[in-house]
Design a protein around this ligand. Sequence first.
Ligand SMILES: Nc1ncnc2c1ncn2[C@@H]1O[C@H](COP(=O)(O)OP(=O)(O)OP(=O)(O)O)[C@@H](O)[C@H]1O
Ligand SMILES: [Mg+2]
Length: 247
Amino acid sequence: MAVLTCRGLRKEFGGHVVLDGLDLTVAEHQVVALIGASGSGKSTLLRCVNLLEELDDGTIELDGEEISDPRVDPDRVRRRIGMVFQSYNLFPHLTVLQNVTLAPRRVHRRARADAEAQARDLLDRVGLGAKADAYPDRLSGGQQQRVAIVRALANQPRLMLLDEVTSALDPELVGEVLAMIRDLKADGMTMVLATHEMGFAREVADQVCFLDSGRVVEAGPPGQVLGEPTQPRTRQFLRRIIEAGRL
Ligand SMILES: Nc1ncnc2c1ncn2[C@@H]1O[C@H](COP(=O)(O)OP(=O)(O)OP(=O)(O)O)[C@@H](O)[C@H]1O
Ligand SMILES: [Mg+2]
């Protein structure tokens, strides 16, 4: 069964149609990369899936449950989804370790020692083990973003939504985050990520979805969508990316 099924998603902001009958299916253990021009609806789609935006039409299913049903408790859904935003949102008054263990302890009721051991293990994996007791304002932006990813992972989510997680990082740190996502994929994590990095999409994704004006115009394996696109809009987009030296 699919982990995530989006059918006919429609979202408008003040009469401006941002998602226009969007369909997306994500199978278990699959990594799906959303690509497309700025404003094509990638972030809006991820925010709708995490129930941060109300849909105007369409349905979203998580593990077969219709989570877009207004009667569903959004907090209960968000416990099963890990989301990392373009800008990290760490609690400034909590240390890195406290940021990472907050939800596992409070929401998932995990024992402190257990939650902290898992958090330290995850922090070690992204090279931040030594920062466990630091406050966010003592970390670089890139380090804060990696902590934000670790914090989402600590909830052991069913699905990870990653929105431009590498855009704030210098190239050295991008590699570490990619390695982390590769490990996650090897562990079977199901992920949807929005990215402008075509190399990133090609490397980690099982499926690449090209969004244009709030629809999935073309979807398939990275080699096909990035290498032999069939749709004129995809070709046009990739041509611009190539011209900008980003493919
Ligand atoms: N809360 C909002 N209110 C009004 N308009 C919005 C809101 N959120 C998004 N939009 C608009 O919806 C459109 C899609 O935005 P979205 O952030 O989903 O694009 P994106 O594909 O993620 O772009 P980028 O690659 O720049 O991150 C844009 O035109 C944006 O201005
Ligand atoms: Mg975006």
